[in-house]
Design a protein around this ligand. Sequence first.
Ligand code: COA
Length: 380
Amino acid sequence: MENDYTKGLRGVVAAETTVGDVRGTEGFFHYRQYDATDLARHCSLEEVAFLLLEGDLPDGAERAAFAAEVDAARPLPDHVAAALPALARAGDTLDAYRAAVALLGGPPLMDLTPAERRAGAVALIARTPVLLAALHRLARGVDPVDWVPGRPWAEGYLRAVTGATPSPAHTRALDAYLVATVDHGFNASTFTARVVASTGASLTAAVGAAVGALAGPRHGGAPSRALELLDEIGEPATVEAVDRVVRAKLAAGERIMGFGHAVYRTEDPRARLLRGIALDLGDPLAARAMVVERRVLELLAAHRPGRVLPANVELYAGVVMAACGVPADMFTPTFTASRVIGWCAHALEQAAEGTIIRPAARYTGPPAPEPLPAPRSSAA
Ligand code: COA
């Protein structure tokens, strides 16, 4: 048992959770007891945040009380607000956000009651979109936009990023994207959040570490790269144009961004959902993405026979976000604005569980112990 090793921990069960799950062969994922794509189609981000924190969807009174609680938590502490212009100079919004989260600080989860941990989670969920949008604007030399309380979260976020009130269609589309990306099994950033929470450290430490994991292109850092692929292929996206770009990448040993998944062996249900939303928005890029998807699937099937490399969430995420007015450099930060809800739910669950996560590694170096080398003379 001690020497068992599964590369990348694929399929290794590292915790028990009631937050949600992904069923890769079925192409299905859920939050708590509900199909996540149903939630994305029919519920708002605020309702789903409540679901993740409380275990079920809110009734009318709970919805209003939760919205008021989150609105009250949005204002940033003075020392954090004052530091934002300097942090924005990091250039990368997620780097700046990680630093801002560190500044928010907070006591170790181990020293808090469940109610205090929940309050910390509400504060972080409330402040994350405020921080991300403000850091983005400051980096561009424009002032942050004041958050308008009492409005849908997706609308508030789009306004905070772009400075303009979005259309109801764009608000709804972004809301669905945000709901669809709140949680997704034991992905790298969620696992990271749980490892840090398992040590009893603060919630901000757990979320800061999770953001670092999310930023990698193999995880959350891909949506702008998938859009770059569409740009590279250009218009019209003929089979020849797709072949030229994609075959060259495959020949160079590169991965095609927006395709493949560590768990799904069939269509990623988020890709299906977002494809439909992108088409409903009538964005020309959606049509181009569909042509590209069809041809890339054929090329990847020929490239890696026997290995299903489906379109993943990132292929259409960029299309939807761009159509809603989110700039490409805010794609992964926008993902962060929703995924922070999942990280918090998992961190709270892990903190309540109380066991430190401490796996083993298989040592593959020279046999030990070897005698120490003879002391070296210090004379040159
Ligand atoms: N393009 C080309 N080949 C790919 C590929 C892609 N997007 N994704 C996987 N492959 C190939 C690998 O090269 C590998 O081939 P090999 O066995 O001959 O070496 C095989 O498929 C399996 O790859 P592996 O890395 O084991 O798959 P994984 O399940 O660990 O990887 C991802 C999952 C998401 C990291 C991977 O598919 C990827 O890098 N995709 C592109 C980035 C992306 O879209 N990220 C967003 C994820 S939501």
